[in-house]
Write a protein that binds this ligand. Structure first.
Ligand SMILES: [Zn+2]
Length: 316
């Protein structure tokens, strides 16, 4: 389903040339099957520290580091929300939006890239993420993905940790290999003591191992171990989706994944098919501790079990 945004409303919001508007619509149209009504989305700002806030709207959590040196953002949500997101940032600081770090390729985290690129921000991400924006994986229906426009692409890519120094803060962008996708990055704000994980950790629902985009079970487990190794007892861990948690919650989440993995492995040993494994509900022992992923109350357990099954069945 495509978004029903009009060119006029976007033009009014952004005051940019028509060619760019069409590109924005292409990005918006690739945003996924369950297109929300963006006109009803309000941006909620939460101040975590004097120079750091989060923005919740529709899609992945945005982080905003602010100060006289300019704004550094983590992720951009969906393109139709850009004007609201920019307005929320202006409420925090009048400084220019200089840097964007993408945690991973999914459109609820990169959909606004083209707009922020056009506004002058320099986008940073993993090489794998840039490659997948250029050559997107086919959708669930087998339809080819729509390549992102040039302006949406990361200008700077990295394979190892890079560090930003601005606004009195030290910010590490740390690659997490083949976890939620193959282009994941976690972002660590030293002074604020905040880790933003993107979606390889989420505090609502079961994990999503996007194997089509290069994610893997082992990579997700290793990524959670990296968070646990980096975090101290007071570190605020801000997931791609869901409330902020502490280190203990991430460790418990990793243990849950290991537990589900063992349950699924047992069922595979008994010769169960994927359907039978999902029907056996191997997450049952953990469900009470996993908040639903969406207002419909779904924890996305079946998706996760199917992904774990596929991982364990594949030849090593
Ligand atoms: Zn994601």
């Amino acid at each position: 389903m495509k978004h029903s945004l009009t060119l006029i409303s976007i033009r009014r919001a952004l005051a940019v040339p028509a060619a760019f508007l069409i590109l924005s619509l292409i990005v918006a149209a690739s945003a996924g099957a369950q297109a929300p009504d963006f006109s009803k989305v309000a941006i909620k700002t939460t101040k975590i520290a004097d120079n750091f806030s989060t923005l919740e709207g529709q899609g992945g959590m945005i982080g905003v580091l602010s100060g006289a040196d300019g704004i550094l953002m983590v992720d951009t949500q969906y393109a139709p929300l850009t004007d609201k997101i920019v307005a929320a940032i202006k409420q925090i600081s009048p400084s220019p939006i200089r840097f964007v770090i993408n945690t991973h390729v999914h459109p609820d985290h990169t959909g606004g890239n083209a707009n922020f690129g056009k506004l002058g921000a320099t986008i940073f991400a993993r090489d794998e993420l840039r490659g997948r924006l250029i050559s997107p994986a086919p959708g669930a229906n087998g339809q080819p993905g729509t390549p992102a426009p040039e302006i949406a692409l990361p200008v700077v890519t990295f394979e190892n940790k890079i560090t930003f120094h601005l606004d009195g803060e030290t910010v590490d962008a740390i690659p997490i290999r083949k976890a939620h996708t193959d282009g994941d990055t976690m972002v660590y704000f030293h002074n604020t003591d905040v880790i933003m994980t993107g979606d390889f950790y989420r505090s609502i629902g079961y994990p999503n191992i996007d194997r089509v985009n290069g994610g893997s079970l082992d990579g997700m487990i290793a990524g959670l171990a990296q968070v646990a190794a980096l975090a101290g007892p007071n570190t605020k861990i801000i997931p791609g989706h869901g409330p902020t948690v502490d280190r203990n919650a991430v460790v418990a989440h990793r243990d849950m994944i290991l537990g589900v993995r063992d349950e699924v492995a047992k069922l595979i040993q008994q010769g169960k098919t994927a359907e039978e494994t999902i029907a056996a509900h191997p997450t049952a022992a953990f469900d009470a501790k996993i908040p639903p992923a969406n207002p419909a109350g779904d924890r996305m357990a079946d998706r996760f079990v199917g992904q774990v099954y596929a991982e364990l069945k594949q030849p090593k």
